[in-house]
Design a protein around this ligand. Structure first.
Ligand code: ADP
Ligand code: MG
Length: 331
């Protein structure tokens, strides 16, 4: 079926019927505004992300259900990075008229599936026709207890730099797809169906462990750069300490230069955080209880030192800030 047969309001009604009532949603889809409430003494966190066809995804590589899941994950990942819990989601869509209703249904099903997994309710949105690409804008609202908010700005010299999970898998998958190859299933999943580290971010914040935290969307070097500039600090990273998956290591054995993907590749959606020395002992029981690998990859230094990476032979170099910049000119 074509969307033109269903119409804007038919489509919205279809979404409304698939949404189950959410905690804290007094009024959801169907009126001019949503009306929601937060638990007492919690701060409201709000974040928005755009996903634009040809910029963030290619229709030919995309399964619509996974695109729906990813639209939620990349958004709530920012809430994880502040130590919060996602509560409400808003979904604005620009849809080219030739898109099939079946594709849209799969997108909405994936979106709602992921929303349920993260404990967030779809409370509203907007639906328009696009004369060009598919445009997906998701706004997430979350809650964090007052006093537990974690910002980018608290890193101090002597703090350890930690990262969750593994690095570079998504960027490697993208590189393989662009070269017309089929990535290993683990790499493909990390690219098409990333997991936001909500439980970890919340647990770290509740235990008061991180002095600063960010989620990795632009790449390790760029996102660490955001923490360092907000904190007025430098850092030293160790290439040899970067946590890498099995398939990533295999690719690295063939091309040692591939380590650059772990340093600068985007879309890992892992958490990067700094830990003051007196909080270090609390970290490993927390990692064990969540079964998420947490790896120390370096140390925060005074700002004059900037960011220095030591290669596998211990030779220091400056990586530049790297990372994805939408308005940078091609080199
Ligand atoms: P208005 O013209 O007042 O902005 P709309 O007709 O755009 O209202 O939307 C009607 C209702 O449907 C609102 O509650 C809105 O939040 C919801 N809605 C519209 N599009 C979507 C969507 N893509 N996902 C979820 N809710 C949506
Ligand atoms: Mg509207």
């Amino acid at each position: 079926m074509k969307l033109s047969q269903l119409g804007e309001f038919g489509f919205i009604e279809r979404i409304r019927r698939s949404v189950s009532p959410g905690e804290g949603v007094n009024l959801g889809i169907g009126d001019d505004c949503a009306a929601t409430t937060l638990p007492p003494e919690q701060l409201l966190l709000t974040t928005t992300d755009l996903l634009i066809e040809e910029i963030h995804f290619r229709r030919q590589w995309t399964d619509f259900r996974l695109l729906g899941r990813k639209s939620v994950a990349v958004n709530v990942s920012d809430i994880a990075a502040m130590g919060g819990t996602p509560r409400h989601l808003y979904l604005a869509l620009g849809i080219p008229p030739e898109l099939s209703v079946e594709g849209l249904d799969a997108f909405v099903a994936g979106f709602l599936e992921a929303a349920t997994e993260y404990g967030a309710a779809l409370a509203g949105g907007d639906t328009c026709r696009s004369a060009g690409p598919i445009v997906i804008s998701v706004t997430a609202e979350g809650a964090v207890p007052e006093g537990e908010l974690v910002r980018r700005s608290g890193a101090r010299p002597g703090d350890a730099v930690y990262v969750s999970g593994t690095l570079g898998d998504s960027a490697l998958a993208l590189q393989l797809l662009a070269a017309g190859k089929t990535p290993d299933p683990l790499l493909a999943r990390r690219h098409h169906d990333p997991t936001a580290r909500i439980g970890l971010g919340r647990a770290l914040a509740a235990a008061g462990i991180p002095s600063a935290m960010i989620d990795l969307s632009d790449g390790l070097v760029a996102d660490l750069g955001h923490i360092l500039s907000a904190s007025g600090a430098g850092a030293q990273l160790h290439e040899g300490a970067l946590p890498l998956s099995g398939p990533f290591r295999q690719a690295l054995a063939e091309d040692p230069g591939g380590i650059k993907l772990a340093l600068t590749g985007g879309e890992d959606y892992e958490l990067l955080f700094t830990v003051p020395p007196e909080k270090a002992a609390a970290l490993s029981p927390l990692a064990d209880s969540l079964s998420i690998p947490l790896t120390c990859i370096g140390t925060v230094t005074p700002s004059d030192d900037g960011l220095v990476v030591k290669d596998r032979d211990g030779r220091p170099y400056r990586p530049g800030w790297g990372g994805y910049n939408h308005f940078a000119r091609p080199e």
